[in-house]
Design a protein around this ligand. Structure first.
Ligand code: ARG
Length: 457
């Protein structure tokens, strides 16, 4: 800290130093910070701003500091305020005058946003890998249970039979949109900010394109003031993560429901379930519930940063230091959730028998009866009314459609014939033979298409 307190006569109060420090959490950025400093040093030497000799000392120093950190030998001192100062101070300790030249043509304001961009770019690629794994698990289950029929629900009331594979492929689609969102966000994270200085640019002949290339960025920012105060790329990651957690949370809720004794459509592998400390019979879907719960904190981080950024005057403001803990927690929460879910989905067992029995219960084939009448010439609205009355009659008698005598059907409409008996859950799904529908032939096509997408990378 002494390096940046030239104008002060006394050190910061201990409580202020602690309050303003980000070192306890931004130490996570040490790799990115060192990579940025090495590229910056190479550029300074190439441009003749520092000597090759000094550059060599600085780079060797930075590499040894990285090793110290990775071996747990680095002393993190909160008085250094943040990871940038901590590394630079140690470098000066190690290399003296050479180290004192590293911060030429640079500010912590462009440095911190560089580090965070490098971090987010990596996080995006890890996140997409996690999403792909979960997609693979869904496709494996869909393929392994391709003939299984379950009740499809609206309002959580049995609505129409669907293939389980069709239901699972709906989640594939959600995750595919998530991948697209993260991939799109990468375009805006992939912008190199060094050279923006504190806010106005720097007064040296630097080579920004060289820095971009060294650090793996596809372009440099246009405006230095925007560069040091833009946190959109973090917000975009958090927004995409929020939507993604919402998807996973819906899947979590279905896993919770489906693994209950009341549904019993699936059984979780023992490795993915937990017991109760008092009730010996319990096999709880804790991991699914937790994912549902953790969605709240991910939304919270998005809302927190949106609120932090709101109304900040250009350019850098210390408020922005609040971006990091939420970002790190979002990445940790999302990537671990995806990993757990891939394993949980891959290992769960489908109880095809119970699921199909549930799919045939109640009056789930009522739409098919209406469609039957329509095919015999009735208008849909009239057919809907006729079958509605038939349902009421059957419900009052406590009978299923199967149990009703054919003459009863005929009382409701003369169009009913013996062939109405042929309607069952299999003919019901097979009839939905449209693009995007649940007919087995369509679902198999959709599954093959999804597999090709997943195998492409
Ligand atoms: N720790 C700071 C942050 O995370 C780094 C930038 C500090 N810049 C400054 N002018 N204080 O935002």
């Amino acid at each position: 800290m002494t390096h940046i307190r030239g104008r002060f006569r006394k050190p910061a109060d201990k409580i202020v130093a602690e309050y303003t420090a980000s070192l306890p959490f931004d130490r996570r950025l040490y790799r990115q910070d060192i990579a940025g400093s090495i590229a910056h040093t190479r550029m300074l030497a190439k441009q003749g701003i520092i000597s090759n000799e000094d550059a060599k000392k600085i780079i060797a120093g930075l590499e040894s500091i990285r090793a110290e950190i990775e071996q747990g030998q680095f002393e993190f001192n909160i008085e250094q305020e943040d990871i940038h100062m901590a590394i630079e101070s140690r470098l000066i300790e190690k290399t003296g005058e050479a180290g004192r030249r590293l911060h030429t043509a640079r500010s912590r304001n462009d440095q911190v946003v560089l580090d965070t961009r490098l971090y987010v770019k990596e996080a995006i690629s890890v996140t997409i890998k996690g999403l792909r794994e979960l997609q693979r698990a869904l496709l494996d289950q869909a393929g392994a249970n391709i003939t299984v029929i379950i009740p499809g629900y609206t309002h959580l009331q049995a609505a129409q039979p669907v293939l389980l594979a069709h239901h699972l492929l709906a989640y594939f689609e959600m995750l595919q949109r998530d991948i697209e969102r993260f991939t799109d966000g990468l375009k805006r994270a992939d912008v190199m900010p060094l050279g923006s200085g504190a806010l106005a640019g720097v007064a040296y002949e630097i080579d920004r394109e060289f820095l971009a290339k060294e650090l793996g960025f596809s372009r440099v920012n246009n405006n230095s003031m925007d560069a040091v105060s833009d946190r959109d790329f973090i917000l975009e990651y958090e927004a995409a993560a929020s939507i993604c957690m919402m998807h996973v949370s819906r899947l979590a809720e279905e896993i919770v429901l489906w693994s209950s004794a009341e549904f019993d459509f699936i059984e979780l592998d023992e490795a993915y379930a937990t017991g109760s400390s008092i009730m010996p019979q319990k096999k709880n879907p804790d991991a699914a519930e937790l994912a549902r719960g953790k969605t709240g904190r991910v939304y919270g981080h998005l809302m927190a940063l949106l609120t932090t950024m709101k109304g900040l005057p250009l350019a850098y403001d210390k408020d922005m230091q609040e971006d990091k803990e939420g970002l790190f927690d979002t990445v940790d929460t999302l990537t671990s959730t995806l990993e757990v879910f891939a394993g949980m989905v891959k290992t769960l067992k489908v109880n095809a028998g119970t699921a199909e029995k549930a799919a045939g219960r109640g009056y789930i084939l009522a739409t098919d009866l209406a469609d039957y009448l329509v095919k015999k010439g009735e208008s849909f609205r009239t057919a809907h009314k006729i079958v509605g009355k038939l349902v009421r009659y059957a419900a009052e008698k406590g009978q299923s459609f199967d149990q009703l005598d054919i003459n009863i059907y005929k009382r409701f409409s003369p169009l009913f014939g013996d062939d109405v008996r042929k309607i069952n859950i299999k003919t019901s799904v097979a009839a939905r033979d449209v693009v995007g529908g649940t007919a087995p032939r369509r679902v198999k096509q959709a599954l093959a298409k999804a597999r090709r997408i997943v195998e492409k990378d």
